[in-house]
Design a protein around this ligand. Structure first.
Ligand code: TYM
Length: 378
């Protein structure tokens, strides 16, 4: 038995990412691959060079397709279970960067159906309301409305259904039981749902690259087993680690508000949560801390700075050194993070307000949105 587990529905324990590469059968992202991406992009991305995106499937083939002019497209998504926390933004921020650098189409699936089926207390109306609210947060990441199509499953199902059927016919119950852990108690909606999450990987007749945290990989495994028999490419994926919860282990969860910073948290709430809950690698007293130093490797505030919130390598290195040596106290480290978080969130909220006017472009009237309604014939 592993002391941790990662499934699309739950992340438990302290995740051993190296071990996960073996368990899931994915590939580690090598230095060489990072360099190749950066060469084409003409820029380095913090989440790549710091190994936040650490694992992949067929990323090398995606780059080859790109270099040889076949191109590729991006697909990612969100299950609208409630308000979004900053962990959920990780794949979207990175996808936006890829879109900018490679100038490719992005499809974003919002699975109001999945969350209705999966959450015992969620009504369908509520899931749809969260789908809209979450779409605003996603747009705030800065996607290009001409190359991005965002859709809600319950609204777009007519277009998705024919392909979902073709996929569903190729997946049997034993497979979804083994891959997703479904049991005799699982409702039948959920057992069908994986077919739907696979459909957008077939939106274009070229390779699809999926940026997401590694919890979503089981879907791509199933996709890769059937794609070629349907005349399509196996999906490629690039997997991120999880932004750890404030409390340290597992993943940040909407159902545990003390574990997460939400995109709507006020500056005051951010301060309170970080001060009260952010797991610290510091010593119990100032004297001991000055003498022994802190441990940035387990310190959640430091980890958050490393994953995204302090992109400047020199500044991060200085913080690490000061913290390890005891020059920097836990309180000071937390203050630093609070400041960075609040400035990110303030900017996010402004962009989110503007998204209210843009949303129709992403869902119905932008170039890619219009094309999808008329051209996609499975
Ligand atoms: P959901 O809503 O659980 O998660 C949305 C995206 O955020 C990633 N994620 C995280 N990333 C970093 N740190 C965390 N703590 C963290 N928690 C979640 C997830 O991996 C995901 O990329 N079934 C999906 C919706 C979906 C989808 C997709 C996701 C449909 N199609 C294609 C990715 C790609 C879901 O419920 O995601």
């Amino acid at each position: 038995m592993e002391e941790f587990s990662v499934t699309p529905w739950e992340v438990r324990g302290r995740v051993d990412y190296e071990r996960l590469i073996q368990i899931f059968g994915t590939q580690r992202i090598t230095e060489e691959l990072v360099k190749k991406v950066e060469e084409i992009a003409g820029e380095s991305h913090v989440m790549l060079r710091r190994g936040i995106f650490f694992s992949h499937r067929d990323l090398d083939l995606v780059l080859k397709d790109y270099a040889e002019g076949r191109g590729f497209f991006l697909y990612t998504g969100r299950g609208p279970s409630g308000p979004m926390h900053i962990g959920h933004m990780i794949p979207f921020l990175f996808t936006k960067w890829l879109q900018d650098k490679f100038r490719v189409n992005v499809y974003i699936m919002i699975t109001d159906d999945e969350k209705f089926l999966d959450e015992p207390n969620m009504s369908l109306e509520e899931a749809r309301r969260w789908a809209y609210e979450n779409a605003l947060d996603i747009i705030a990441a800065g996607f290009d409305p001409e190359r991005t199509f965002i859709f809600f499953d319950t609204e777009y199902i007519g277009k998705l259904y024919p392909m979902a059927l073709k996929v569903a016919k190729r997946i049997n119950l034993n497979t979804v039981r083994a891959v997703f852990g479904f049991t005799g108690e699982t409702n039948i909606g959920l057992t069908f749902y994986p077919a739907l999450q696979i459909v957008p990987t077939f939106f274009e007749r070229r390779r699809c690259l999926i940026p997401a945290a590694i919890d979503q990989d089981p879907y791509w495994r199933v996709q890769r087993d059937l794609a070629e028999s349907m005349g399509y490419y196996k999906a490629a994926a690039i997997h991120s680690r999880f932004l750890p919860p404030l409390t340290g282990e597992g993943k940040m969860s909407t159902s545990k508000p003390e574990s997460a910073i939400f995109l709507h948290d006020s500056p005051k709430e951010v301060r309170l949560k970080i001060m009260k809950y952010a797991f610290s690698g510091g010593q119990p007293t100032v004297e001991l801390h000055r003498k022994l130093g802190g441990n940035p490797d387990v310190d959640v505030s430091f980890q958050w700075l490393k994953i995204y919130f302090e992109p400047d390598d020199a500044k991060l290195a200085k913080i690490e050194e000061d913290y390890r040596s005891g020059r920097m106290l836990t309180g000071e480290l937390k203050e630093y993070l609070i400041e960075r978080l609040n400035s990110f969130l303030e900017q996010h909220r402004e962009r989110r307000e503007r998204a209210r006017e843009l949303i129709r472009l992403f869902m119905y009237e932008g170039e890619l949105a219009r094309q999808m309604w008329s051209d996609y014939k499975p």
